[in-house]
Design a protein. Sequence first.
Length: 98
Amino acid sequence: MNQPDVDQSQRLTAIVRGRVQGVGFRAFVQHEGRRLGLMGFTRNLPDGAVEVIAEGPASRLRELVAALRRGPSASRVESVGAGYAEAAGDLGPFAIRY
């Protein structure tokens, strides 16, 4: 997957797998997204993974991906699949979707 330019606004789509549901992972992602000034959301997927959609400067999206790889202390992240695309500008303040 291509890495975006540092200052260009991009859209990140990430799928996080492992022990990531029921351990505060979405709240952790929301906190990190807001701390980094990103727009977007996170939600649980039916297969046990967590999806993250975020937009903002590419350098901050990479910081978010690094945080996703760490996760909160109760989680166990096995993999993070991340892809980048052009920002669509259709996301609001970082939120948890149910």
